[in-house]
Design a binder for this molecule. Structure first.
Ligand code: NAP
Length: 276
């Protein structure tokens, strides 16, 4: 019998860490399975997805720029539909389903790093209003967070998130940040600021309560200046690499039938990969 196969589809796709993550788990669990990169141009994506099973795949991860197209070409679950983008596809009784695993990647990483994070009193502050902010905000609402202040360089995009997700989302100005941080239980950076090659994220964490949590989606560098500043103040943190690893769990389980674990060994493998 041939090995079960999944892939990550992108354009370009060489930057993707998914083959290293899934490859590690395939080896760890001794599975007869493969996980490949597929570089597919936007004009060829529809045809590629229409023949995914004929190409030998039981499912796929989807990365830039295909996540919206993947949503339209599959049967999305509530998370993918709410976020407006699909990053994981799988077949169920011949139907191609999709979800967005950034939502559970975000929450599961916080659960692992700071158990009980969602029971701390206070609001959430989200910096950024792009694609990843939609997954984060949906994840926060799923976990019962009722007030999420969103600050973005382009205010219209924060307002669009309120229209999308409802009154829990409260667009705010940058000038309000010190006050909002003084009442926050959680601060999440979903902008690309602080990433290698991007401008720094300049923000003073001094007003934050001692029991507050800081999460950064940026994972290059692993320890962003935001996370370093938070640790320096004794705040609990959750990093972007943890989210990246946790978001991969569900796809692997759907395709290969084993729920994999995010272990220190996996983290070390991907840290080495990122350092290359
Ligand atoms: P995106 O859709 O392009 O959104 C980028 C966000 O960053 C927007 O809010 C944008 O503001 C803001 N931004 C960019 N440059 C800025 C600047 N110079 N000053 C102020 N704001 C700026 O990107 P995304 O998909 O949300 O990804 C954002 C980051 O999250 C990336 O670093 C990505 O690698 C990371 N990420 C990590 C994971 C993970 O698993 N750890 C998952 C997804 C994403 P405007 O709206 O004003 O342009």
């Amino acid at each position: 019998m041939s090995a079960r196969a999944a892939c990550v589809i992108g354009w370009p796709v060489r930057h993707s860490r998914s083959p290293s993550i899934h490859g590690h788990w395939i080896e760890q669990y001794g599975l007869d399975a493969t996980y490949r990169r597929e570089e597919v141009a936007p004009e060829a994506f529809g045809d590629f997805i229409a023949h995914l099973a004929e190409r030998g795949y039981v499912g796929a991860n989807i990365t830039i720029p295909h996540k919206e197209a993947a949503l339209a070409l599959s049967e999305p679950d509530d998370r993918a539909r709410a976020v407006g983008a699909a990053n994981t596809l799988w077949y169920d009784r011949g139907r191609l389903n999709s979800t967005n695993t950034d939502v559970e990647g975000f929450s599961a990483n916080l659960d692992a790093a700071v158990p009980g994070w969602d029971r701390r009193a206070g609001d959430a502050v989200v910096l950024g209003a792009g694609g990843s902010a939609r997954g984060v905000i949906y994840g926060l609402i799923e976990r019962g967070i009722t007030r999420i202040h969103v600050i973005n360089r382009t205010p219209e995009r924060a307002q669009a998130l309120q229209a999308r997700f409802g009154a829990a989302v409260q667009p705010a100005n940058h000038a309000a940040l010190p006050h909002l941080l003084s009442r926050a239980a959680l601060l999440v950076n979903t902008t690309s600021l602080g990433m290698t090659g991007q401008p720094p994220l300049e923000i003073d964490l001094a007003p934050m309560p001692r029991q507050a949590v800081v999460a950064d989606l940026v994972y290059a560098p692993l320890e962003t200046p935001l996370l370093a500043a938070a640790r320096g103040r004794g705040l609990a943190v959750a990093d972007g690499l943890g989210m990246l690893l946790h978001q991969a769990v569900r796809g692997f389980q759907l395709w290969f039938g084993v729920r994999p674990e995010v272990t220190p060994q996996l983290r070390a493998v991907i840290e080495t990969d990122l350092a290359k």
